[in-house]
Design a protein around this ligand. Structure first.
Ligand SMILES: Nc1ncnc2c1ncn2[C@@H]1O[C@H](COP(=O)(O)OP(=O)(O)OP(=O)(O)O)[C@@H](O)[C@H]1O
Length: 578
């Protein structure tokens, strides 16, 4: 990471230039000392209480403004010293300016030498300064996981070795748990460089320090219970090639080796088997199975049967079947891991990095809960986990190669259909255009029904070279669930909002008012909690009623305190800025 703290001035100015006749900057130690020629003291002026004056006999005569420096004659004592004071002040200001310019130049030189050959060094400088003004409040493990029907979040991966090697600049900032800023480098018509800082808000934003487990806890984990309660759960990984989709879904990579134990597939499997042990489900005759297939264009391949080609059929009741798809019964987490490993190898076998099929196909891993009935095994719920094709493939439809164009078109179509289907799920009663692509057709069940829940993890690469693709990914995710990011400025120091005194006093008013309301809220919660403690102590109580009350109380308190934190944060930032 960038090792210097960049001063505000250094980031805003272009290369330092010195005015003609002023020469090179003075060193900082000479700050506030007048130049040598001004320090030549004439005896007659010294005696008249003037610290510095000009002697016309001196051979260090100044080349500029001699009239200003001529020895005064007919002034009274205090009047005589006035022009000299002015001269001293001018000299002092100039020395300070020179010292400042020297500082700025030193900082820029340091950056330039550290970032030798980096065409983006000025942008890097601006981004660092922008970050310098932010009070970071990233996502923490202890943060509340909100129960959404549709969750849309973004994960930023770290810069990789290749990108460091190319001196790529990280253009993504994650100031809080739900806000992300893209610093897009731009040029004005006069070629001045500037940053277009674009803000986005999502349910959660994971920065480069978050690991797969944390991502899982806020995304797919809350959906596991859905499949035990008769619903469909779906989790998509969306993003450009190399942004971390497979890393997130399948498991972290160490070189070429992938650890299938710490991907979202595996975490879901762990939780499914944990749920099965629960007293509520233990005796329900549930059976768990898994399947793994790949959709490439309009074709479907079975990843658990040597990529056998499969047919997708829809019956009169709009029930979609992938005919002949392998569905293996699994009894332990290890069985699931074995299938994930087998399917993943099948998916990537025979491909080179230059011709990566995996990034041009959607991989669908499903965990299915069935209940044994009389001879039939009815589906109770299904968790579909999808590692989508690289979204830039959809954009590359101008590529000359016909095959690439067709592939790009198919990917584009499926991603657009997917977005519309998820949006339809969110807007109840809206028609779900699932026939728009093979992907949405196969996943039809996921987009219908009150109990269906979906989560989209948009993955982005942080480098400046990926900026355009990252923006496309973010705009897509933003359209899936339009969460407005209009209070972003409140978090970022330096916005105009901070300049007004009136803002500070209104923020203060808000906080003081909220403080009293918070106290009331907490007291109310406290007295209710004590009542429930008495009721539950006996062990004989209405569990359903308690669970509902307790959930509502906690949600209310959490929501209220969330608002309090925002108010306190705004007030604090305004004061610190002041
Ligand atoms: N959060 C992360 N932390 C560390 N490394 C990561 C992270 N995300 C991705 N990577 C690394 O980046 C590389 C590309 O990741 P990955 O293969 O998951 O991308 P992808 O989006 O699935 O690409 P493709 O569409 O080609 O399959 C891998 O080497 C992976 O280890």
């Amino acid at each position: 990471m960038f090792p210097y703290v960049v001063s505000e001035r250094a980031a805003n100015n272009g290369p330092t230039r010195y005015p003609e006749n002023e020469g090179a900057p003075l060193s900082k130690s000479r700050e506030s000392m007048p130049p040598a020629w001004l320090r030549t003291v004439a005896p007659e002026t010294e005696s008249k209480n003037s610290r510095y004056s000009y002697s016309p006999r001196s051979n260090q005569s100044p080349s500029r403004s001699p009239s200003k420096l001529r020895k005064p004659t007919n002034y009274r004592k205090d009047e005589k010293s006035k022009p000299l004071k002015e001269i001293a002040l001018i000299a002092k200001n100039r020395d300070e300016r020179r010292a400042r310019q020297a500082d700025e130049k030193a900082v820029k030189d340091a950056i330039l030498s550290a970032e030798q050959g980096n065409p983006y060094w000025e942008f890097l400088n601006m981004i660092n300064e922008y970050r310098h003004n932010i009070e970071f409040q990233p996502l923490r493990e202890s943060d509340i996981v909100v129960d959404n029907q549709i969750t849309v979040c973004v994960r930023k991966r770290p810069l990789n070795d290749k990108e460091y090697g190319k001196k790529e600049v990280d253009v993504i900032t994650v100031p809080t748990k739900d806000i992300l800023i893209v610093h897009e480098p731009k040029h004005k018509v006069d070629l001045t460089k500037y940053l277009d800082n674009q803000h986005f808000r999502f349910d959660y934003v994971f920065d480069e320090t978050c690991n797969n487990e944390l991502v899982y806890n806020f995304t797919a984990k809350p959906l596991v219970k859905t499949i035990f309660e008769g619903g469909m759960a779906t989790c998509f990984a969306y993003g450009q090639t190399g942004s971390g989709k497979t890393h997130t879904m399948g498991g972290e990579f160490k070189g070429k080796h992938q650890n299938f134990n710490n991907g979202i597939y595996a975490y879901v499997a762990h939780d499914v088997f944990r749920y099965l042990q629960h007293s509520k489900y233990k005796d329900q005759n549930f059976c768990v199975s898994a399947s793994f297939f790949e959709i490439y264009g309009k074709l479907v391949f079975d990843l658990l049967a040597k990529k056998e080609r499969l047919k997708v059929l829809e019956d009169g009741k709009q029930v979609v079947q992938v005919v002949g798809l392998t569905e293996k019964v699994v009894e332990r987490v290890e069985d699931v891991l074995e299938l994930i490993q087998r399917g993943s190898h099948e998916r990537t076998s025979g491909q080179t990095s230059a011709n990566s099929n995996s990034s041009r196909s959607h991989a669908v891993f499903q965990i299915i809960i069935r209940k044994f009935g009389r001879n039939v095994k009815n589906v109770v719920g299904k968790f579909s986990l999808i590692d989508l094709a690289g979204n830039e493939r959809g954009a590359d439809t101008f590529k000359s190669n016909r095959q690439t164009r067709i592939e790009g078109g198919d990917i584009n179509k499926s991603l657009l259909a997917l977005k519309e289907c998820i949006r339809a799920l969110g807007k109840k009663g809206t028609h779900c255009p699932f026939r728009g692509s093979k992907l949405t057709q196969v996943l039809r069940d996921s987009f219908i029904g009150e109990k269906s829940r979906t989560c989209m993890i948009a993955l982005i690469s942080p480098g400046v070279a990926s900026c355009e693709h990252s923006l496309n990914t973010l705009r897509y995710a933003d359209r899936v669930k339009e969460l407005v990011a209009n209070d972003v400025d409140e978090l970022i120091d330096g916005s105009n909002a901070f300049n007004e005194d009136v803002d500070v006093s209104s923020a203060e008013w808000d906080v003081l008012e909220n403080k009293d309301a918070s106290l009331e809220m907490i007291e109310g919660f406290h007295s209710q909690a004590i009542k429930w403690r008495e009721v539950t102590k006996t062990g004989v109580y209405d569990k359903l009623e308690f669970s509902r009350h307790w959930r509502n109380m906690c949600t209310e308190l959490a929501d209220f305190m969330k608002g309090s934190v925002a108010k306190a944060n705004k007030f604090n930032l305004l004061l610190e800025k002041k």
